[in-house]
Design a protein around this ligand. Structure first.
Ligand code: FAD
Length: 551
């Protein structure tokens, strides 16, 4: 259903065309000066993501305070022929919100953070897209509820809209897949400023209790990187908070770890299943938890687990002082959710048997226990333990390709070991189950200057210690080149990607019919190609004849 927000009809700008030069003045009139920024420092900050600076900064940063304002910003920007670039928490690293042309208006969605409705009986929650996963988690937990997928590790800052636009995965993903799989319906701002609802929500006066209602319009906007429209509101499934059990394991080599992970896929209730290589284990122990944070983690565990059981679990973690991973080669961390403790314990028992068959042994479960006790903590991971910049790349492969894909990454690492050593570039490896697929995420670390994004988002202690370290352009260029080769190697192993943004080569690999369909869908929702041009490899076409050829 396409609805006109009622307040739009009264707006002074709503019925007239705005010339490109007038966009800023119109936005200032509509939103007020404090919600419209165009000074050089802000434009430079918004030109950066975690991976670095995009080539063209946005001209204007607009911060809507309600959905009607957001619709009107989109409408008048697109009518003036300028690009709209949506941004949530800004926690991504694939250029997804980096403008690709001059004059772009960046739509900062973070003030649209309301939780509109928690319909417990009907099993859905409606939130505005700028709400963070942490805020949603806390609000639902107060009522004993949770969404099935319940956030990426960056959920203290990452928004629901940003995660759905990138198919984010982590908490709950072993069992419930990517963020998209927990969605019931969307309310999308289209390029003409109207609102489109999907699923059962699309029917007049229907609630968003059901995604399957005719063709899946919802799915078109999931993982679209904002190229088809701006998510204004989202309806997600909710469920009672399950009972949870934990286990961690050590393996003598990476192949044994991966073998066990692959064998665990499909275990009922396997909510998270993530593995670390030795570099990741060492990083976590050196930079993961400060003394104060360890104490906080213990108290979180005690509170989350409750009563005597909680105190015992926390005491167990404390006694082991969470400082054992640096002695371990490869580690695997498993979280099982069940309707009751017995079901969750049964999953863990099955995981134990698989580990034994793959030559692994059990270690204290401090990591998954502390992670789940408080899933969303302030983000420290933007820097490595010695102040290095951090930059991931990933591929998601079928289970049958897990070993081969990892081998292709290791072959690249072996080939580049001398250069990595010389330039001080370290690479750690995260592997995880996402539903019935296997995620491989190499993460790069190198010493370099902190740009405007990092200066704003690292912790105060990190800024004080590492804020003025020198630029290291040679290592940076090397990391970006090797990152690209790894993405290609993962593609070559049949890999797909979640956070396509402007980084992964999505369209080249598409079959012609699929690419044509993609362009057709784009043209329906955004006929002048003004919504986040460049994302998904869809450049800023303007006429229908342009649609005949690829950018
Ligand atoms: C420390 C750390 C840990 C991370 N852990 C994970 C993890 O566990 N799993 C994972 O998948 N990722 C992870 N990430 C990557 C990233 O945080 C996630 O992908 C996250 O979902 C991005 O959300 P965001 O709100 O920050 O989106 P942004 O970075 O602001 O935007 C991402 C994309 O979505 C688009 N977009 C944003 N909002 C909207 C909207 N309302 N409508 C339409 N398009 C929109 C943008 O244009 C852009 O293309 C991590 C990042 C960091 C820094």
């Amino acid at each position: 259903m396409i609805v006109q927000p009622s307040s739009l009809r009264d707006r002074t700008t709503s019925s007239r065309m705005v010339a490109a030069d007038d966009v800023e003045a119109s936005l200032r009139r509509m939103l007020g000066d404090d919600a419209v920024r165009s000074d050089e420092a802000e434009r430079d900050y918004y030109a950066h993501d975690i991976a670095g600076r995009g080539t063209i900064p946005p001209s204007i940063i607009a911060t809507p305070r309600n959905i009607a304002d957001a619709c009107e910003i989109v409408r008048l920007t697109v009518q003036a022929g300028r690009a709209i670039v949506p941004r949530g928490g800004g926690m991504s690293y694939t250029g997804g919100y980096q403008a690709a042309e001059d004059g772009a208006v960046l739509l900062d969605m973070r003030a649209l953070d309301r939780i509109d409705e928690i319909a417990e009986k009907d099993g859905y929650v409606i939130i505005e897209a700028g709400c963070t996963w942490a805020a949603l988690y806390d609000a639902l937990a107060e009522r004993g509820l949770r969404t099935p997928f319940f956030g990426p590790l960056s959920g203290v800052a990452a928004t629901v809209g940003g995660a759905l636009s990138q198919n984010a995965a982590f908490f709950g993903s072993g069992q419930h897949g990517v963020s998209a799989d927990s969605v019931l319906g969307l309310e999308i701002i289209l390029a003409n400023g109207s609102l489109l609802r999907t699923g059962s929500w699309a029917a007049k006066d229907h609630a968003p209790f059901q995604r399957a209602y005719g063709p899946d319009l919802t799915g078109l906007f999931l993982g679209d990187c904002g190229a088809f429209g701006v998510k204004a509101r989202v309806a997600l499934k909710i469920q009672p908070i399950p009972r949870t059990e934990f286990a961690s394991f050590a393996f003598p080599d990476g192949a044994a770890l991966v073998g066990a992970q692959v064998a665990m896929a499909g275990l009922p209730g396997l909510a998270e299943c993530f593995g670390f290589d030795p570099v990741a284990n060492e990083n976590l122990m050196r930079g993961g938890f400060s003394f104060r944070e360890k104490a906080e983690a213990l108290s979180d565990i005690a509170q989350a687990t409750g009563g005597i059981r909680g105190l015992l679990a926390a005491a167990g973690v404390g006694a082991r002082r969470m400082a054992f991973l640096d002695k371990i080669e490869h580690s695997l961390h498993v979280v099982a959710d069940g309707p009751d403790g017995a079901a969750a314990r049964e999953t863990i028992e099955k995981a134990r048997a698989i580990v034994k068959a793959h030559g692994g042994g059990e270690i204290p479960d401090s990591i998954p226990r502390a992670t789940r006790a408080k899933p969303f903590r302030p983000i420290k991971a933007l820097l490595g333990p010695d102040g290095e910049l951090w930059l991931p790349v990933h591929g998601i492969v079928p289970l049958s390709q897990a070993h081969a894909a990892l081998d292709s990454v290791h072959a690249l690492l072996a080939k580049t070991s001398a250069d990595r050593e010389r330039l001080g570039v370290r690479v750690s490896m995260l592997t995880a189950l996402v539903g019935h697929a296997f995620l491989i995420e190499p993460q790069f670390f190198w010493r370099d200057a902190l740009g405007p994004f990092h200066q704003r988002h690292v912790t105060p202690a990190q800024r004080e210690r590492y804020g003025s370290q020198a630029a290291n352009t040679e290592a940076r260029a090397f990391v970006h080149a090797l990152r690209g080769r790894m993405a290609a190697a993962l593609d070559g192993s049949g890999g797909a990607h979640f956070q396509i943004g402007r980084y992964y080569d999505y369209r080249t690999g598409l079959a012609p019919a699929a690419d044509e369909a993609l362009l057709g869908v784009k043209a329906v929702f955004d006929p002048t190609f003004r919504m986040n041009p460049g994302a998904l490899g869809l450049a800023g076409h303007k006429t229908s004849s342009d649609l005949q050829r690829r950018p």
